[in-house]
Design a protein. Structure first.
Length: 423
């Protein structure tokens, strides 16, 4: 059954480090966005999955002498525990290393090969001697591998490519059809003034095997992530996308670092599927947004900088409200252990106030309308400050049971675990 609204967040790579605060900022806040739409009467499709192939799991497995599949599924189990603690409404639909998904990644490669859009050719490529694989140009930073930091070599190798250059003009023209940040459109246009065919061969084992007899290379994981939002729409193992299942993604949310490679590759594959008459429109997303960055001590959080914060160390309700309050959603803000305590105090005050019931009536209509305007504008910081102002205006009153219940219902959209004591 078609939903009123399809919201997709860029799915995570299940690393051993688990969910970090950047994941939480995307997933928890957008979960509240979806909860609000449901509160206003809309049906919302909110799927989730795991981008499970890739170098980190294989490198770690080699180091400790284990199977990368075992390592990956252990990491996914940890992510699932963290997602459950986050108290979200996401519906897990797929894991890209599952055989049921690998089948469709190989199906996609075969379809492109049959259409002359996948070919093998000799050419110069970037080679990381440490990771022992080819890298895309965008994975080379100042001559070094973005993953391990090793100096990258130029080698002539026989590799598989997708003819993305055949779609350059359409990819540029299609930008006018998408509600996307202007900065992202500018980056994509610049990236498309220097486009080369997409090298999809990788010389690693923990990836989708290229379905050509005798081939030992695996596919770039960007191939796996180029169509997952379509496979979310169906449970069918017999068809890639059965008739009547398709609907475009109304909102796609993820980091700005994916503005070019992932988003362009996804748009390219969607256009190919449009030409194959599998999807009814050229562009996959109606609106694309990027969440901001959470910083600590003035720098983006990372384990290498020693300033990373684990979401597991905090109460999920306090953390969710604080991440909303920290700044505008598109810009992020500065983390402070001192300031997050303010959310604990606020929730405690709300709990006491709503538990101490009386018979006072409070008009909630205008307040709820303001929350609606702020949510739809992704002004979650104003949503939280609006609740605080609402409390301060009415704390001298004792709300009746119906009013207290209504306020509690509204607050649980943004702090799902919140419960007042029903005396």
């Amino acid at each position: 059954m078609r939903a009123d609204f399809y919201c997709a967040v860029m799915f995570p790579y299940p690393s051993a480090a688990g969910l970090h605060l950047g994941h939480y900022y995307n997933y928890a806040v957008i979960d509240s966005y979806c909860r609000w739409l449901r509160h206003r009467g809309m049906s919302v499709f909110q799927p989730f999955g795991y981008d499970a192939f890739g170098l980190p799991a294989e490198n770690y497995a080699r180091k400790v002498g284990r199977d990368p599949a075992d390592v990956t599924y252990e990491n996914i189990a940890q992510f699932r525990r963290q997602m459950a603690r986050m108290n979200t409404c996401y519906e897990e639909r797929l894991v890209t290393c599952d055989p049921s998904y690998v089948k469709w990644t190989q199906w996609l490669f075969t379809r492109l090969y049959e259409r002359g859009l996948a070919y093998k050719a000799w050419g110069e490529v970037n080679w990381c001697p440490s990771c022992e694989t080819v890298l895309a140009n965008e994975q080379v930073i100042d001559g070094h591998c973005e993953r391990c930091g090793s100096a990258v070599e130029r080698r002539t190798m026989n590799q598989w490519y997708f003819r993305i250059t055949d779609y350059r003009a359409r990819l540029i023209a299609g930008l006018d059809q998408i509600d996307m940040p202007d900065s992202t459109k500018r980056m994509q246009r610049a990236w498309l003034d220097n486009l080369r065919d997409w090298c999809v061969s990788r010389q690693r084992t923990w990836g989708c095997p290229i379905p050509i007899e005798g081939e030992t290379d695996t596919l770039d994981t960007f191939v796996d992530s180029s169509f997952y939002y379509l496979r979310y729409l169906t449970d069918s193992d017999a068809e890639f996308l059965p008739d009547g299942c398709y609907q475009p993604v109304d909102l796609y949310v993820g980091g700005a670092e994916h503005a070019c490679m992932h988003l362009i590759y996804t748009r390219f594959i969607h256009m190919v599927l449009f030409d194959m008459r599998i999807v009814p429109q050229e562009e996959p997303f109606r609106k694309v947004i990027h969440q901001g960055v959470i910083r600590k001590d003035g720098a983006k959080m990372s384990k290498s900088k020693g300033n990373a914060v684990s979401p597991d160390d905090y109460d999920p309700n306090e953390l969710r409200l604080y991440l909303m309050f920290i700044g505008t959603y598109f810009e992020g803000g500065e983390w402070s252990d001192e300031h997050i305590i303010g959310q604990r105090r606020f929730l405690s005050r709300m709990k006491r106030w709503l538990s101490d019931k009386g018979s006072d009536c409070i008009d909630l209509a205008s307040f709820e309308d303001q929350v609606d305007r702020d949510v739809r504008a992704f002004k979650f910081n104003k949503v939280v400050s609006g609740f605080m102002e609402f409390y301060n205006r009415h704390k001298h009153l004792k709300p009746g049971r119906a009013t207290a219940g209504r306020v509690e219902e509204l607050l649980r959209v943004f702090a799902p675990g919140f419960r007042a004591e029903h005396l």
